[in-house]
Write a protein that binds this ligand. Sequence first.
Ligand code: GDP
Length: 295
Amino acid sequence: MFENLSDRLERSFKILKGEGKITEINVAETLKDVRRALLDADVNYKVAKTFTDTVKKKAMGMNVLTAVKPGQLMVKIVHDELTELMGGKAVGLKLEGRPAIILMSGLQGSGKTTFSGKLANMLKAKQRKNPLLVACDVYRPAAIEQLRVVGQTVGVPVYSEPDSKNVLDIAAHAISEAKAKGHDVVIIDTAGRLAVDEQMMDEIEALKNSVRPDETLFVVDSMTGQDAVNTAKEFNDRLDFDGVVLTKLDGDTRGGAALSIRTVVTKPIKFVGTGEKMEAVDVFHPERMADRILG
Ligand code: GDP
C-alpha cells in the first residue's frame, strides 16, 4: 500500500538531500513535488494545498535553509504533518453500555460483514469480550448466511430472524437476547446499497435512534479514493458517526482516502482492513502509517 506515494516522496526529497547549499527555490520545488505526489495519490485538492502550505511555514520557522541536514529536517516535518493529517493519535472504541452496542454503516461491498467478524474476533481475543453478531442486512438472503459463516469462523454466535424485514425489531430482540445470555458487546451488521439512497439512510438513521449505539462505525473501501471521502461525508451528515473503518488497504496503492478522510469528515479512522481473512485487521495508528509512507 502507498507504494506510489512513497516512491514519489522519496524522489521529491532528493534535491534537499543532495550536496550543496539549499535555497528557498529548492524548498519551493520540493514542496511543489510533494503536492503533486499527494494529488496523484488522490488526496483531496484543498487538503494537499493546506498540507504543503503548513509544511512550508514550519520549514521556514525552523530555519531549514541553514539547518545542517535540511533534507532530514524536511522529512521530519513532513512526517509529523502526515501524522497530524491522519488524526495524530490512535482513537479506540468507547464501549460503555451493558451490553455495548456497535452499529456498522456503509455501502454494499464496502466490507461491513467481513469487518463485523474481524471486530468480534478482535474483541474476543484481545479484550476477553463475549460478542453477539446481529444480521440486520435483511434484503439479501445471502447476507444473513454470509454473517453466519463469518460468525462460525470466529466462534461468535449470530442473531438473525430470516422471516422478518423489520430491522428495529430484530435489533431490539437481539439486545434482549444479549442481556439474557450475558453478551457484553452487540455488533449490528446492516444493509448497504451500491450508492447512497434515501431509503437506506432513513433505515440506518432509524436504527441508530432506536438502539442508541456506543459506537457507530462507517465502513468504506479505501480503493475508491475520493469517492470514499465523499460517501463518508454524506453518511456523516446524516448519522454523525463516531469513526471510520478503511477496508481493503492491502489493495490501495494510492492512499488518498486514508490521507483526506480525517480532515474532510473530522472523524477519526479507527481500524483498517488489510485482507479477506479474519485476522487481517489493525487498529489505525497515524504515526505508524506516516512511517510506512516515508519508508
Ligand atoms: P458488505 O457488503 O459491506 O458486507 O461487504 P463484505 O464484507 O461482503 O465484503 C465485500 C468483499 O470485500 C468480500 O469479498 C470481502 O472478502 C472483501 N473484503 C472485505 N474487507 C477486505 C479487506 O480488508 N481486504 C480485501 N482484500 N478484501 C476485503
